[in-house]
Each structure stands twice: as structure tokens, then as C-alpha cells.
Ligand binder design. Structure first.
Ligand code: ZN
Ligand code: ZN
Length: 96
């Protein structure tokens, strides 16, 4: 079993590893590790973060919600229209 002290930085062969990147699981020296979200990440993994860990934009949800709400409204309207039409036709039949 290897301890942290025996490990060397992935980028600097001569430097002792200060920690392990939880993302790529490689050992890095203090200089190569950066604290992010209360955990240490290597520079390479940190560079990848903005695209993968960017907060989910809300507008896209609305983009999907609007047609859905519109569809639901249209469905309700047509259902209501159909119901009233059925009622109207049956009423006419009753009158006849
Ligand atoms: Zn990493
Ligand atoms: Zn290093």
C-alpha cells in the first residue's frame, strides 16, 4: 500500500503529493491542487468544471413549460368545448 507521502505529483515528478484529486484520482502537489466547493481539485479538472458544473439555466425549463402549458390549455379548452357541444346536441335532441 502506498501512502500519500510516497506519492509524487502527477505534473511535478520531484514534488511530494499534497492530495489526491477526487475527480481524476491522480496525486498532485499543493500548487497543482485548488480548493473548489470545499474539496481539492487539480487544475485540469477545475478547468473542465465551468461547462459541466455550471448551474442549470432556468430559461430552458420555461421554454419547455410554455408549449406544455399552452397544450394543456388547448386540451382543456377543446375538452370543455367538446363537453358543451355534446351537452348542446343532447339538449337539442331532448327538445326535439
Ligand atoms: Zn483531477
Ligand atoms: Zn504539481
Amino acid at each position: 500500500m502506498t501512502t500519500l507521502a510516497q506519492e509524487r505529483c502527477y505534473r511535478h515528478d520531484l514534488r511530494e503529493a499534497a492530495g489526491r484529486c477526487p475527480s481524476c484520482r491522480r496525486y498532485y502537489c499543493r500548487e497543482c491542487l485548488t480548493e473548489h466547493d470545499h474539496r481539492l481539485l487539480c487544475v485540469a479538472c477545475l478547468a473542465k468544471l465551468p461547462s459541466s458544473q455550471a448551474p442549470i439555466r432556468k430559461p430552458w425549463r420555461l421554454d419547455y413549460a410554455y408549449p406544455l402549458v399552452g397544450l394543456l390549455l388547448a386540451f382543456t379548452l377543446f375538452y370543455w368545448l367538446g363537453q358543451t357541444l355534446i351537452l348542446a346536441t343532447t339538449e337539442i335532441r331532448v327538445v326535439e
